[in-house]
Ligand binder design. Structure first.
Ligand code: PMV
Length: 327
């Protein structure tokens, strides 16, 4: 009744931004991501009859409060998949995060993917990758893409029960050596969670529908770019898609933005790098930090340039990562 799994985080090149069902975590648009090798979570789940409640340790620290509640709610979901005649069996969950929270990656992506994989394996529930992705989605939306290595697409699905909403692989880890630099800023600001930010945008931003309408074309073009290993096309679409997502937040009521002045300085620097002939593109999630896409031959110049920007505290480099592994 014990299993260990590892999942890597992913960065969305076409963003998931907006839910059509909050409880089931069903999105309004397809999204597409690259899984990264540098940031991952390793989770051991052990179901034990002697336990009287679930226990959750993150980096060896016992966790309570909201984070604990999300984990136990997800364990309930896993337990509900298994016929059980003798009552609830609780679990001890131990996660080690190799995702520096400061790097601005949602550790929930690798966290819920690893929890879903280890939890189902510990209970002996056999699942296809699609089934595992569908389950993971209900812990954290973007996590459903971390079941797969390389490029993955989360298909939003049409059905109200979410049965057709899960990620599918597009290209594996070793398909293309595209690099991602996570640019860490010393920005402190009031955080609007992705959950709250999406909700406010869906409910109040007049730009939201245009965002949704623009996705099919972005997806088609980025997939063509990936198929042709056309870095400029992939980068151009990813950067534009990110800017469009962030534009929807300015139209919300009340308006909000995830950007900090250093965020804009990084964006500006990347555009200057391109003017100087270095192909590099940025993308930003629901926070102030920036991720920069580049090719291996430009690693040195990209890293050195980013490090000189005032307010940048760290630059962490990553290659494409693998999907779920069991340890
Ligand atoms: O799955 P969540 O709730 O962490 O939302 C992720 C939202 C973005 O990071 C902004 C975009 C994405 O597709 O990952």
């Amino acid at each position: 009744m014990k299993a260990t799994a590892r999942a890597h985080t992913n960065i969305a090149l076409i963003k998931y931004w907006g839910k059509r069902d909050e409880a089931l975590i069903l999105p309004t648009n397809n999204s597409l991501s690259l899984t990264l090798d540098g940031f991952y979570t390793t989770t051991t789940v052990e179901f034990r009859e002697a336990l009287t409640k679930d226990l959750f340790f993150l980096n060896e620290e016992p966790i309570t409060g909201d984070q604990y509640e999300r984990v136990t709610a997800f364990l309930d979901l896993i337990r509900s998949l298994k016929e059980n005649t003798y009552g609830t069996i609780y679990a001890e969950v131990r996660s080690i995060n190799k995702v520096p929270t400061a790097a601005g990656f949602a550790s929930s992506a690798s966290g819920f993917a690893a929890l879903a994989a280890a939890g189902t394996r510990a209970l002996g529930i056999d699942m296809s990758d699609a089934e595992l992705s569908r389950l993971t989605r209900q812990g954290s939306g973007s996590a459903c893409r971390s079941i797969f290595g390389g490029f993955a697409e989360w298909e939003k699905g049409e059905r109200a029960d979410g049965s057709d909403s899960y990620a599918v692989p597009i290209q594996p880890q070793d398909y293309w050596d595209i690099r991602v630099a996570a640019v860490v800023l010393n920005a402190t600001m009031k955080k609007v969670s992705s959950r709250a930010g999406m909700k406010r945008t869906v409910e109040t931003s007049p730009f939201f529908q245009s965002w949704v309408d623009s996705i099919p074309q972005d997806l088609e073009q980025i997939k063509t770019g990936i198929a042709n290993r056309d870095f400029n096309q992939v980068g151009r679409i990813a950067e534009a898609n990110c800017l469009k997502m962030h534009a929807t937040t300015l139209g919300a009521s009340p308006p909000f933005s995830y950007w900090h002045d250093t965020t804009m300085a990084v964006m500006d620097t990347i555009q200057q790098l391109r003017d100087n002939g270095v192909p590099a593109y940025f993308t930003i999630d629901a926070g102030p930090n920036v991720k920069v896409l580049y090719l291996p031959e430009h690693e040195k110049v990209v890293k050195e340039t980013l490090q000189t920007i005032p307010g940048v505290t760290d630059v962490i480099l990553s290659k494409p990562g693998r999907g779920i592994t069991y340890i």
